[in-house]
Design a protein around this ligand. Structure first.
Ligand code: NAD
Ligand code: GLY
Length: 375
């Protein structure tokens, strides 16, 4: 990785492979690559019937560019625009899309394009996994979070009133195309929410990436296309390696949940209204680093550099009104809790983490309480 976050003016596309045997696929990342989508899909999918699944926000901005590219390559895509927002990530939306596809006579040889952020990607991926018992799909992520996380690795699904992501399937896309230019229209808060997840990759696996993000944050243009291309490719490389080692999360893939045990609980505790997912994870990453120090797993200086990088992204929504015990008890409902014991992903240094299950409740409560009090 180059050491400066401002070294190139021109950014050639980068490719990352997700090595999953016969289900292996490529992630193409670059500026302007959306207009190549038709050509890329033509060689991958031949003359299949295509359905674009998106939402009005994304489709109004970029639908024409995508359609033009697909039509130029000989496709005649239909599209379905779902509602914008997490509240539309439901079985009801999935059924509406299934019926739309059926009404337009799509069949087993058809394919789906997921064109949007993580909400669209999770829903469209689940539709692809279930329509006609599974049809091909590709991901065209349009948020930073989707580019570095949700569009890769094959987790698809929807929420139930009882909880987030409770219905789903592991179902890998055939290709991922990320056009970094599309991130220009992303609200700053969404961009920053994605940056926290990028920091997560640095802490769990890549000290150079961690330093790169630090440099990137010092530049005055967070949207520099070359930097974004490098950042996304580096994150995708880490996720691809983790997914290849443990596709169905029997163990190792849990390292991607650094900051998430605390973060998910924080989101639930505040009824999914106060925090963007990445912001809740940001709080979680700081707490996990502090806990690692308490347990003698990480030195204080390294934990402080995690905290300082997270804080340099921007001001996080407050937590001072929260109660440590309520926070801890919300953690018991996390999907990943095994036999009532949360698994904590704790950093040991910048670039490595450890899974720990048996942490005394008292210690966790104390760490949370201090954090809430701003100490
Ligand atoms: P999102 O999909 O809700 O997108 C955020 C907002 O940005 C939306 O309003 C969207 O319309 C808008 N938007 C998208 N692209 C835009 C663009 N280029 N310009 C302007 N606006 C744009 O949120 P998200 O953070 O991308 O995804 C969150 C979802 O991802 C959650 O449902 C979460 O559970 C899921 N997720 C899934 C995985 C996985 O592995 N499958 C991993 C992490 C998160
Ligand atoms: N976002 C965590 C995972 O894909 O496993």
């Amino acid at each position: 990785m180059r050491s400066s976050a401002n070294a190139h003016l021109h950014s050639p596309p980068m490719t990352v492979t997700v090595p999953l045997g016969e289900r292996q696929y490529e992630i193409l990342i670059g500026a302007g690559v959306l207009s190549e989508a038709g050509m890329r899909l033509g060689s991958l999918l031949g003359d299949r019937a295509l359905a674009i699944i998106s939402n009005p926000t994304v489709f109004d901005l970029y639908g024409r560019t995508l359609r033009r590219s697909l039509v130029r390559a000989g496709f005649r895509p239909i599209h379905y625009l779902m509602g914008d927002g997490e509240r539309y990530k439901t079985l009801r939306t999935v059924e509406a899309i299934h019926r739309h596809l059926a009404a337009h006579r799509l069949d087993r040889s058809s394919a789906i394009i997921a064109f949007g952020g993580g909400v669209v990607g999770d829903v469209a991926g689940f539709v692809a996994a279930t329509f006609m018992r599974g049809i091909a799909y590709v991901q065209l992520p349009t948020t930073l979070l989707a580019a570095i996380d949700s569009s890769i690795g094959g987790k698809t699904g929807v929420n139930l009133p009882e909880g987030k992501n409770l219905v789903g399937a592991f179902y890998q896309p055939r290709l991922v195309i990320t056009d970094v230019r599309l991130l220009r229209s992303l609200p700053t808060r969404e961009l920053k929410a994605g940056l926290y997840e990028a920091i997560k990759y640095g802490v769990i696996a890549d000290a150079e990436l961690f330093d790169f993000i630090r440099l990137m944050l010092r530049t005055d243009d967070l949207l520099d296309e070359s930097n974004l291309t490098t950042l996304i490719a580096r994150c995708c490389r880490i996720k691809a390696a983790v997914v290849a080692a443990d596709e169905r999360e029997s163990g190792y893939r849990q390292i991607l949940n650094y900051g998430h045990t605390f973060g998910h609980a924080l989101e639930a505790l505040t009824h999914y209204r106060r925090f963007k997912h990445g912001e809740a994870v940001a709080h979680g990453m700081i707490i996990a680093a502090r806990l690692a120090v308490e347990l003698g797993l990480m030195d204080r200086e390294a934990a402080e550099s995690v905290e300082s990088l997270v804080r340099s992204v921007g001001r996080l929504p407050p937590i001072a009104d929260l109660d440590a015990r309520a926070w801890l008890s919300a953690m018991q409902y996390d999907k990943k809790v095994r036999r009532k014991k949360p698994t904590y992903i704790l950093p040991t240094t910048i670039g490595a983490v450890k899974m720990v299950t048996d942490i005394p409740t008292r210690l966790v409560t104390r760490t949370l309480a201090r954090y809430i009090q701003g100490r």
